[in-house]
Design a protein around this ligand. Sequence first.
Ligand code: 13P
Ligand code: SF4
Length: 312
Amino acid sequence: MISELQKRITALKLKTNTAILAHSYQREEILEIADYCGDSFMLAQHALNTAEKKMLICGVHFMAETAKILNPNKRVFLANREAGCPMADCLSGEELKRIRESEPDRMVVCYINTAADVKKQSDVCVTSSSAVKIIKKIKEQKILFVPDSNLGRYVASQAPEKDIKCFSGCCPYHDGASIDDAEKAKRLYPFAKLLVHPECRPEVTDIADFIGSTSEIMNYAKASPCGEFIVGTEISIAEHLSYHLPDKRFYPLSKKILCPEMKLTSLPDVYNTLSDIEKNKSSAFELVMDSEYIAAAKKCIDKMLELGSAEN
Ligand code: 13P
Ligand code: SF4
């Protein structure tokens, strides 16, 4: 049944000239039909380079919004309109404007997990894989980092030359994994390497063997001679790695790192959106944004792509 739907999706993608971009936290059956998958930085880069006239994002709302901002002339759809990000929702553009005014000497660096309203109020955007590189490169010394305090504190530890003040937000799922969870997993799997996302708490990243974004964790596991890993990011990554590397073992750090928002999108959602696009039905969830608004939010994303790219 799954493969039959996947075949229909593949045919509809071609017929409607739509590229499917999926975040790595999506279900395996969705990653299989995606044209591009990866972490947030890779998705933004792919969004800029797709040849197709339309894009269907399998992920959460800010990812579709970012793809639209980067491609104002393309039609961008989100496969499940309910899929949001509680971390992105914890800070509004209005609130950031107020904070900015009270911290006029700080450069505002926002995580990509933010709404376009927040990006409009920010000087540069970063992802988990590009944050340290970008913050080290910018000449300003005083920084306000929003909204993820865990990622902000991790970046501050890697760039001690900067004065970084963090907003108090977090990913409730990554932040849910405690030091007790990490120590318990290490006791259960004493030979496994602990790989952790910087959205986790500092006391958890402190005892990790490797800290990186979703794609960096996957690449580390592939390249490592080690055969066992405790995976400290969304639970799907241990599952995807187990499919791709069946001779290695992957154990989720904690079942608390389960993002229900990322789990909302189903293969039927993808199929239904594509068939709505084909029939030109308004029930497909399309991102519609004013061109001036896009231009204002785009500046900080352009800066991220410029400073975070491999050539820079
Ligand atoms: P990355 O994709 O940059 O690793 O971020 C993880 C995440 O939580 C996405 O919402
Ligand atoms: Fe947002 Fe966390 Fe889910 Fe990523 S894992 S989409 S940061 S709630």
